[in-house]
Ligand binder design. Structure first.
Ligand code: KG4
Ligand code: ZN
Length: 343
């Protein structure tokens, strides 16, 4: 071997283990030199019977799932604990009991391996999921983040500078899907079920209101009330109204939610002269939202960025990608850090 290489510092892989436990999904991912090589999730079916997430049960389930999940993520990727460069966790926002489980686990691991600890903002991670795979959006771009807890429209100027230009004043878009589904007698989480039934229905069968707040804010609580009163009236005449019209009801509800979401996104694109539009968060798995954003962008010669399904709903791959960016900036947590429930 030529002697010019003998004094070089050996290349050390940058390998980060990331944990996501902000709500009811326990997730673990591994990123190696900027590439997500493993992305695993353990869902918590226990909440279905309660019609929503029960925080105490979520915390307990995270305790049960986390160690087997991390062990499996390391084994699948062929990574040993001693190879890790850092451990990352979701610092917030989310359910405090759930966040504490991930935070405590990550702290213990960072301390025992004597490696840096990285705290990740869950909402920032949903947006930065766009940088996991090519093609990636160019800054500045507009991102509509729609999940079970949040609905916000953000102008993303760089990895760390996000300007929120609009948000929901009441329910989040995912909540609107889930609460509407509950009114139709569908189990939690109802969003994916509305999406499924809507595929067989006519979105123009029933007309539900679309809020029109000034600027870029959203509101979904009026929709829920309108559906409630509408169903009460129809069921009084026909007790089988829901089952006989389920597909059309789902399609019409989905139409109303998607129309409101895209109306503001389009308005923002024009006002901010932004030609790159992205979706993030669990509701970006919705097929009508994905199709209609793509169509909107094609019609205007804009670019649409929609994450792969595995990076739409809560996942640790997005936490890993964000942690990798923070790692390279040297932005670490101390072992005294604690999670936060709200933004
Ligand atoms: O981002 P996420 O996994 O968790 C939170 O941080 O909230 O989002 C979960 C939300 C739930 O409200 C769920 O019903 C909704 O995303 N969701 C969908 C679909 N898939 C998930 N909503 C409509 N259509 C879908 N296909
Ligand atoms: Zn989320």
């Amino acid at each position: 071997m030529s002697s010019q290489f003998t004094n070089q510092v050996p290349f050390k892989d940058r390998i980060i283990l990331a944990i996501e436990s902000s709500c009811d999904d326990t997730a673990a991912a591994i990123i190696k030199n900027g590439k997500v090589i493993c992305n695993m999730v353990a869902n918590q079916a226990i909440h279905e019977q309660y019609g929503g997430v029960v925080p105490e049960l979520a915390g307990r389930a995270h305790q049960q799932h986390l160690i087997p999940l991390v062990t499996s993520a390391l084994e699948t990727s062929g990574i040993s604990k001693k190879d890790l460069s850092a451990v990352a966790f979701t610092k917030g926002p989310g359910l405090i009991g759930s966040l504490m489980v991930g935070c405590s686990f990550a702290k213990s691991m960072a301390q025992s391996l004597n490696i840096p600890l990285i705290g990740v903002n869950h909402m920032q991670a949903h947006v930065l999921a766009h940088f996991i795979d090519e093609p990636t959006p160019a800054f500045p771009f507009l991102c509509l983040t729609v999940s079970g807890g949040h609905t916000q429209l953000t102008l993303v100027k760089n990895y760390f500078d996000f300007e929120t230009i609009g948000k929901t004043i009441d329910d989040a878009a995912g909540e609107a899907f889930d609460k509407s589904a509950k009114l139709l007698g569908l189990p939690y989480p109802g969003g994916p079920l509305i999406d499924k039934h809507a595929k067989m229905g006519n979105p123009l069968s029933f007309e539900f209101p679309i809020s029109d707040l000034p600027e870029f804010d959203y509101s979904f609580s009026g929709l829920k009330t309108a559906i409630l009163y509408f169903l009460r009236k129809e069921i009084a005449n026909n007790p089988h109204f829901i089952s006989e019209n389920l597909a059309d009801l789902c399609a019409s509800i989905q139409h109303s939610i998607v129309k409101q979401l895209l109306k503001k996104l389009k308005k923002a694109a024009i006002q901010f002269n932004c030609k790159e539009l992205a979706l993030a968060g669990g509701v970006s798995a919705n097929s009508a939202l994905r199709t209609q954003l793509t169509a909107l962008c094609q019609a205007n010669e804009w670019k649409a960025f929609i994450p792969a399904f595995e990076y739409c709903t809560d996942n640790a791959g997005m936490v890993a990608k964000t942690a990798d960016i923070l790692y390279q900036e040297g932005l670490f947590e101390t072992l005294e850090t604690t999670p936060f429930a709200r933004l």
